[in-house]
Write a protein that binds this ligand. Structure first.
Ligand code: SF4
Length: 320
């Protein structure tokens, strides 16, 4: 079975307007296709050797309409005989029975209620979620099973579910984090063409903080020559902290396999001169030398220090 959207107002099962919740980047995303599948398992255990701070993950969707040029999940579409480029952005696999399978897994007496992370592979609040509401069902099931969870997203659609998330945060370890690599308009439109505007993510973060939910942002990936100027980093970090979030990390761009090919193909069109510099800088390596990552960490750290200082200065009654 294949479900499609229609951009011509005619015979698509889902009117495309239902999948747009406001301004997105530049991608021509009007023709999404959904491939419903039945999952046997939904809870995915991380390998023992994984350094990730969570043991379990859930990804209800494969492929991601947010279409970030640098997305490291792109190669996973190749296992499905789909390509890691446009297919990844527009052909979305939907685990249509995810909520009922999860309920079954959580009811297993051996379930130990360890934390579950969402958004580790594809975005749980990508456009499909506006229609299928699987993430919402998953959250409800986790809360009923007293299971802590974390969410990482680029979409303000997560605020739709604050009615479930905020009460859960009163008694469970719950967090909602946003991925905000830059607020630079041109870089955002080019590199994350299917995502909501990063300032809308900042506002969503504020809504989470105001609802009492622990929130923050991953300032990543930092794109060399595109989003790594100090004033760009300062602006992004200051907005996050002013919205009540904390910066939970930052990493520079990592390029490998099909993602490398896709990103460099995009960059060639976006900025031919920078593309030539990337070919040289990333020749035979997946990331820039460690000194660059150290520079990024230091730049983010000093941006945090400045932003926190000015946040304190704005606090009524504050004296230096
Ligand atoms: S939002 Fe995340 S999963 Fe989706 S395309 Fe962007 S980086 Fe990939």
């Amino acid at each position: 079975v294949r479900w499609s959207t229609a951009d011509d107002g005619s015979d698509g099962l889902f009117p495309v307007t239902e999948l747009f919740d406001g301004e997105h980047g530049s991608a021509a995303m009007s023709r999404l296709e959904f491939f419903p599948v039945l999952a046997h398992r939904v809870l995915n255990r991380m390998p023992k050797q994984s350094p990730a701070p969570f043991r379990w993950t859930i990804n209800a969707y494969r492929g991601c309409s947010h279409a970030c040029t640098y997305c490291f999940a792109r190669p996973t579409h190749e296992y499905l005989d789909l390509n890691a480029g446009t297919d990844f952005d527009t052909k979305i696999i939907v685990k249509i029975n995810a909520v009922e399978v999860l309920r079954r897994e959580l009811a297993d007496p051996r379930w130990t209620r360890e934390g579950v992370a969402m958004g580790t592979n594809t975005d749980p609040y990508q456009r499909a979620e506006a229609k299928f509401r699987l993430t919402r069902g998953i959250i409800a099931a986790l809360v009923e099973a007293d299971t802590p969870f974390s969410i990482l997203t680029k979409s303000p659609l997560v605020t739709r579910d604050l009615d479930l998330i905020a009460p859960a945060a009163e008694h469970l370890d719950v967090s909602v984090s946003f991925s905000i690599g830059t607020l630079d308009e041109r870089v955002w439109r080019g590199s994350e063409p299917g995502t909501p505007h990063p300032r809308r993510r900042v506002e969503a973060m504020r809504a989470c903080a105001e609802a009492g939910v622990r929130t923050g942002a991953l300032v990543a990936p930092i794109l060399p020559g595109l989003s790594d100027r100090r004033e760009q980093i300062d602006e992004t970090v200051a907005a996050i902290i002013a919205a009540g979030g904390r910066v939970i990390g930052s990493t520079p761009l990592y390029l490998r396999g099909a993602t490398r090919e896709h990103f460099l193909g995009w960059l060639r069109e976006f900025d031919a001169e920078l593309h030539a510099r990337y070919l040289e800088a990333y020749a035979g390596r997946t990331r820039l030398p460690p000194e660059y990552a150290q520079w990024v960490r230091a730049a983010v750290h000093s941006a945090i220090t400045r932003a926190e200082k000015s946040a304190r200065a704005r606090t009524p009654g504050h004296r230096n």
